[in-house]
Design a protein around this ligand. Structure first.
Ligand code: ADP
Ligand code: MG
Length: 231
């Protein structure tokens, strides 16, 4: 495939990724191979599922793709090697690749309003929108099915499903090309889980980013994704 064609059609290309953690004990340290030679491709506009039992390396893979973890082998996002891109321009990389975790709002300062949480991302990635940040933030809240009024609420005043929508809104706000979802529905009940999966599906159709959907639940991945990576 020519370089231009590759860039046009491929969002993520991973070749022979390896990741080892060293666990040091009292007497000796042991190496744990968490990922041992994994290769895969995510096409543009595709959400690929990442499935496996607890401890199988799903989050590690997600963190590698999102530039948060070192690795051996090659991971190219939009044709650029992640480790080089992150080293040269972490902010630019984060604008292209966002990651959403299980319940990110549970760990923010409880005195932060939802608006502050969203404003942070605007300040980092779109400083020229600081003046009309409220409009910007409210637009994205409405995009994920929430009322814009929520910018003046605190995380504790929101349900788990609402909090996860806010986290997705913040990721979208950055207008990324790739989004990694790591167990984003795992702390929600079934009914809300389905809503969030429906939301992700709808937003993908609307904005056409590519994604990795990490879950321990094969049936859920099957519902959202045409292709699955089994770890
Ligand atoms: P999963 O998300 O599939 O449950 P993880 O990627 O979180 O799996 O973890 C895979 C394995 O790697 C586990 O055995 C875990 O203990 C280990 N691991 C993950 N992160 C670290 C780390 N920072 N240091 C040492 N070991 C780690
Ligand atoms: Mg995990």
């Amino acid at each position: 495939m020519s370089d231009a064609k590759e860039l046009e059609s491929i969002a993520i290309r991973a070749k022979d990724i390896k990741k080892t953690f060293v666990k040091s004990g009292l007497i000796s340290s042991i190496e744990e191979k968490v990922i041992d030679g994994l290769s895969f491709v995510v096409k543009r506009g595709e959400i690929v599922g990442v499935v496996g039992p607890s401890g199988s390396g799903k989050s590690t893979l997600g963190r590698i793709v999102a530039g948060l973890e070192g690795y051996l082998g090659s991971v190219k996002v939009l044709g650029r090697e992640v480790r080089d891109w992150v080293r040269k321009d972490r902010r630019g990389f984060a604008r292209s690749v966002q990651i959403v975790f299980q319940d990110p709002l549970s760990s923010i300062d409880p005195l932060y309003k939802i608006g502050t949480y969203l404003y942070e991302a605007i300040k980092i990635h779109y400083p020229d929108r600081k003046r009309d940040w409220r409009k910007f933030a409210m637009y994205y809240l409405e995009l994920v099915g929430l009322s814009g009024e929520l910018i003046s609420r605190y995380p504790k005043q929101l349900s788990g499903g609402q909090r996860q929508r806010v986290a997705i809104a913040r990721a979208l706000m950055v207008q990324p090309e790739v989004i990694v979802f790591d167990e984003v529905t795992s702390s929600l009940d079934r009914r809300i889980e389905r809503q969030i999966v429906g939301l992700i599906k709808r937003l993908q159709g609307q904005f056409n980013w590519s994604g990795l959907f990490i879950t321990h639940d094969l049936a859920l991945a099957d519902e959202l994704c045409q292709r699955i990576i089994n770890l």
